[in-house]
Ligand binder design. Structure first.
Ligand code: NI
Length: 139
């Protein structure tokens, strides 16, 4: 079973690869490359996989999950300029894919239970574009 909690944050970014020239960045990222940055209302959906606890009926404590999202994602990223204020985006291009991966990495450290695990991070940059980070199948 999967349970999903959604959170939102507004952040600014621009996308430039430091190893590429200005012209190359412009050709690759277009408007996204402008160093003045621009904002997005990011929506993140975090899915946890597990089975309901036989006593509580809960896969994961939903208040804990909400608190974790607030502490490791919304708090540090909301109303921030990602390139300048949030690591590792001083060096890593804050594309939707890289932001989703960073969110996954931050959350993964918070999930230590044997009963459930982080299963998917879905990050919407716009309502019609999202990236999924998923846990590889267990072997
Ligand atoms: Ni953008």
């Amino acid at each position: 079973m999967l349970i999903t909690r959604k959170a939102e944050f507004s952040a600014s970014h621009f996308c430039r690869a430091v190893s590429l020239s200005d012209d190359e960045n412009q050709a690759l990222f277009g408007e996204e490359a402008h160093p003045g940055g621009h904002g997005h209302n990011f929506v993140v959906e975090v899915s946890v996989e597990g089975e309901p606890d036989p006593i509580t009926g809960m896969i994961v404590d939903l208040k804990d999950l909400k608190d974790i999202l607030e502490r490791v994602i919304v708090g540090p990223m909301d109303h921030r300029f990602l390139n300048y204020e949030v690591e590792p985006f001083g060096k890593v291009v804050p594309t939707t894919a890289n932001i989703a991966l960073e969110i996954w990495r931050r959350l993964e450290k918070q999930f230590h239970s044997a009963r459930f695990r982080l299963a998917r991070v879905r990050l919407f940059e716009t309502p019609d574009l999202y990236v999924d980070v998923v846990q590889p199948a267990q072997i």
